[in-house]
Ligand binder design. Structure first.
Ligand SMILES: [Zn+2]
Length: 158
């Protein structure tokens, strides 16, 4: 993926949150509240489609971008996957929208690894480096905010 610094200024209107989402600070579509930008040519366009196409890959025709992080204000190409409209709808219906980011965070590691993290004598930072997570994620796993069901017994013992 290319560096976000290569984006035109009109597409750089986001701030990066701790969970890796690029939260759009620019204009939003009135109805859907999704990120949009003024193309300078008389049209509003979808900001995350433009950013995905610029930094990741061209979007195959007819496909829409699914937010794997469930955060529709996010424009991080790494959190987007091109899917058909039907698949997008199916995922949306199957999702629990009240738990944003759970999918992305949880899928980074397995249940066994979550247990290993809770057991590990390493510091949050060392653990983060070892498992390729942020130390915030490690802390959330250790306190049971993530993978809580998998580590409940272990945490109760310590
Ligand atoms: Zn995101």
């Amino acid at each position: 993926m290319q560096d976000a610094a290569t984006l035109p200024e009109k597409l750089q209107r986001f701030s990066i949150s701790e969970n890796g989402c690029w939260n759009w600070n620019g204009s939003l579509w009135a109805k859907s509240a999704r990120p949009r930008y003024w193309d300078g040519n008389g049209k509003w366009r979808c900001a995350y489609r433009a950013i995905y196409a610029a930094l990741a890959a061209p979007i195959p025709e007819g496909l829409t971008l699914d937010h794997l992080c469930m955060n529709k204000a996010c424009v991080n190409p790494g959190h987007l996957e091109p899917v058909s409209m039907v698949e997008n709808r199916r995922r949306y219906d199957a999702s629990n929208v009240s738990k944003p980011f759970e999918r992305v965070r949880n899928n980074k590691i397995t249940e066994e690894q979550a247990v290993e993290i809770v057991r590990s004598p390493l510091s949050n930072r060392e653990c983060a480096a070892r498992f390729g997570l942020s130390s915030g994620n490690v802390s959330r796993i250790r306190t049971g905010k993530r993978w809580g069901y998998a580590t409940a017994e272990l945490r109760a013992q310590s």
